[in-house]
Design a protein around this ligand. Structure first.
Ligand SMILES: Nc1nc2c(ncn2[C@@H]2O[C@H](COP(=O)(O)OP(=O)(O)OP(=O)(O)O)[C@@H](O)[C@H]2O)c(=O)[nH]1
Length: 280
């Protein structure tokens, strides 16, 4: 009975060690793949915005819904592979087409707040497109994926993005363009492909990433960046919402005050009229 022994000898209890998973525990905004290839944060913004940090220090805990991330792109480009590499740290070399859609949830701790990423890995095969399309709605993040060894998959990236945006007209999702299978390219091919893909990304107003699910190259960094930026955006939305309701409340308060003033005037004028003998 080791705990009894400890009690009898009045030994201090060992400190509780909280183990944080460094993949999902963020204290700073993870950097872009390349500062030149991101429309999502300016080069000098290397961390969470000060207003976001300030808001999180207020006693009121933010109410955050999980963030919906959708992966779209041609079949066999490696959408499932990058999700599986990040969520389970595994890679399968045999191809198994996604039927409709697959779903994974990963929980992050960002600046001490829990934040969930819902990952919707949609099918690239044409015959499943009508099913997958139904899952595009309410996406906060769109990751358009292409195979760096197949130029034609980059060419269809814009088509995939437009189709995902058509289901999300009411909001402004964050857009990422991810080139996969970086391990299969020579250095020259890699540099050439990044140049072409970077141009496509800026046309799509997307942040560009080259990754490899096989080697794990930049996969964790991509997901951390997605979580960091989506979290920051969610807090900014919350700040906007609170400012809006505070302004509304201010307006109601002033109109209530002016109503009290009018009421007082009305009573005193009525009283004066009654005094002067008028009954109307
Ligand atoms: N060498 C290499 N192969 C990869 C990589 N990523 C994916 N693959 C392979 O590419 C094939 C297709 O990968 P998936 O992840 O299933 O592709 P997908 O985009 O989900 O395909 P659909 O479900 O049809 O939309 C599989 O055989 C994977 O093993 C990578 O980074 N490097």
């Amino acid at each position: 009975m080791p705990h009894l022994l400890r009690q009898n000898l009045l030994l201090p209890a060992p400190p509780t060690v909280v183990m944080h998973d460094p993949r999902t525990h963020l204290r700073h905004l993870p950097p872009a793949y390349s500062p030149a290839q991101t429309p999502l944060s300016r080069d000098r913004e290397r961390d969470f915005a000060p207003q976001v940090r300030y808001h999180l220090e207020l006693p009121r805990r933010p109410k955050l819904r999980p963030c919906k991330v959708i992966f779209v792109g041609d079949c066999s480009v490696g959408k499932t592979a990058i999700v599986n590499r990040f969520c389970f740290d595994k890679f399968q070399s045999n191809y198994k087409a996604t039927i409709g859609v697959d779903f994974e949830l990963e929980n992050f701790s960002i600046l001490g707040h829990n934040y969930g990423l819902e990952m919707w890995d949609t099918a690239g095969q044409e015959r499943f497109k009508c099913i997958a399309g139904a899952y595009y709605r309410n996406a906060s993040v769109i990751v358009v994926t292409f195979d760096m060894t197949k130029r034609e998959t980059l060419e269809s990236a814009k088509k995939w993005l437009n189709s995902a945006l058509n289901y999300n007209t009411g909001q402004k999702p964050l857009i990422f363009l991810a080139g996969t299978k970086a391990d299969l390219l020579t250095k020259e091919e890699f540099v050439r492909m990044e140049r072409v893909a970077g141009l496509a990304a800026s046309e799509m107003q997307a942040e560009y990433w080259s990754v490899s699910a096989r080697s794990g190259f930049k996969v964790t960094e991509l997901f951390q960046r997605i979580a960091g930026l989506a979290f920051e955006e969610a807090i900014k939305q919350e700040i906007k919402y609170h400012k809006g309701t505070a302004q509304e409340k201010g307006k109601t308060d002033t109109s209530a005050k002016s109503q009290t003033f009018d009421l007082r005037n009305f009573i005193s004028s009525r009283f004066a009229r009654q005094k002067s003998g008028c009954a109307c």
